[in-house]
Design a protein around this ligand. Structure first.
Ligand SMILES: *Cc1c(COP(=O)(O)O)cnc(C)c1O
Length: 402
């Protein structure tokens, strides 16, 4: 009998009761705007920022409307101007080059390795050119961290400011250092499919007082910056407040109320994601034709999604695997499809920027299979999913060349 998986790859866990109660509390008093606070009240957004800063070990934090907004704000805050070039990953999600384009800058892509991380040799080669870009927006795409020590050494030596896109690495670490704490700015998304869920939302952290002040001004704080609890001193704001535009993208107290209890649970959730990830990974190991992504010892990842490679497979055979898995309830996403579908576009789909051919990255992108691992899956679900993928990959592989 062939088994069929019946779970949903898009169903996250419900919002915790404590968070629901906190949200209801905000609705009862009606002060949803972050700067609408009663006498002596800090407000949920300011408290969220304070708690997130402490959790990440950062002096400054800002909560905003989305992850993409956090990325664009970070670019503006570090001084990116229209027409500037910004380095970023060829393998990432559309909001990353989108944030670069939103400030009138031009993305310049760096390749992807078989480990699904930024190709540091490619980066090194691009940094040798005299007028190379001065900012790297590094996307830890699908939770894979590159050698952050080498990356920071390369960027520091070339005077390149690093903004980290931690949409898939909230809670992850490289060499013991939290993702988001290596570069000048760390950006996070609180959208439903990420590690905490407020529907929409974003967070930004930094150690740099001027970046923090600019980001707070940019986010739409009017001249209410003194209401922020993890912000630089007023002297820093005095220096930037007349030159920094107000580009409203604030978070509201309702979302912040939902997020605070979730952040307190983050470590436990990370552990649960990793149990599921490891169950699937174990089940996929030693499948002929399928390459498991080996995670380095120095990386503490968050297994909220899993990838594997069908390296050098033909389109027909990959499509056969996708179809056969789908027929058994297993939804795989493919980054190599000739046309971008749903979330899986790639550098050559973003045609607002000129992109040279990247054959080495094309080979990897062509083979990337991706799957979400929602916490609503049980460990047995994960084992079953792995059995199904394994059987279908083997069946197609054995059928010979397409
Ligand atoms: C989701 C995501 C973002 C942007 O987050 P939004 O909150 O959806 O704007 C940025 N980068 C990556 C890799 C993402 O997956």
């Amino acid at each position: 009998m062939t088994e069929i998986f019946t779970g949903s790859f898009t169903q996250q866990e419900p919002i915790p009761e404590e968070a629901i109660e906190a949200a209801v509390e905000v609705m009862r008093h009606g002060r949803l705007h972050r700067y609408n606070v009663a006498e002596g009240e800090a407000g949920e957004v300011a408290l969220l920022e304070e708690e997130f800063a402490a959790q990440m070990g950062a002096p400054y934090a800002l909560a905003v409307a989305s992850g993409g907004y956090a990325l664009a704000t970070a670019l503006r805050a570090v001084g990116v101007q229209p027409g500037d070039t910004v380095l970023t990953n060829a393998f990432t999600l559309a909001p990353v080059p989108g944030a670069i384009a939103s400030v009138g800058a031009v993305p310049v892509y760096v390749g992807v390795t078989e480990a699904l991380t930024l190709d540091l040799n490619d980066l090194e080669a691009q940094l040798v050119v005299p007028d190379h870009p001065r900012v790297l927006m590094l996307s830890h795409m699908r939770g894979h961290l590159c050698d952050m020590d080498r990356l920071m050494a390369l960027c520091d030596a070339a005077d390149v400011t690093v903004i980290e896109d931690c949409a898939h690495t909230m809670g992850a670490r490289w060499n013991g250092v939290l993702s988001g704490r290596h570069g000048a700015v760390g950006c996070y998304s609180c959208q439903t499919y990420k590690h905490v869920n407020s529907g929409e939302g974003g967070l930004l952290i930094t150690s740099d007082p001027e970046i923090a002040a600019r980001a707070i001004m940019l986010s739409g704080s009017y001249m209410l910056y003194s209401r922020h609890r993890v912000a630089p001193t007023s002297e820093v704001f005095e220096q930037v407040k007349y030159e920094t535009p107000n580009i409203s993208g604030r978070m509201d107290n309702l979302r912040a109320a939902i997020l605070r209890p979730q952040l307190r649970d983050l470590d436990q959730q990370v552990q649960r994601w990793n149990e599921r990830y490891q169950q699937i990974e174990t089940g996929l190991r030693d499948t002929t034709g399928l390459t498991v992504i080996e995670r380095p010892e120095t990386e503490d990842y968050v297994g909220s999604s899993i990838q594997f490679l069908l390296l050098d497979w033909t389109v027909e055979k990959i499509e056969a695997v996708l179809g056969r898995c789908a027929a058994r309830g297993v939804e795989l996403k493919w980054f190599g499809a000739p046309e971008p579908v749903a979330f899986t576009s790639r550098y050559d789909s973003w045609r607002y920027a000129d992109t040279p051919a990247m054959p080495a990255s094309d080979r990897i992108l062509h083979g990337i299979m991706d799957m979400r691992v929602p916490l609503t899956f049980s460990l047995e679900d994960c084992a079953q999913i792995a059995r199904i993928i394994r059987a279908e990959v083997a069946a197609v592989f054995q059928a010979g060349p397409a």
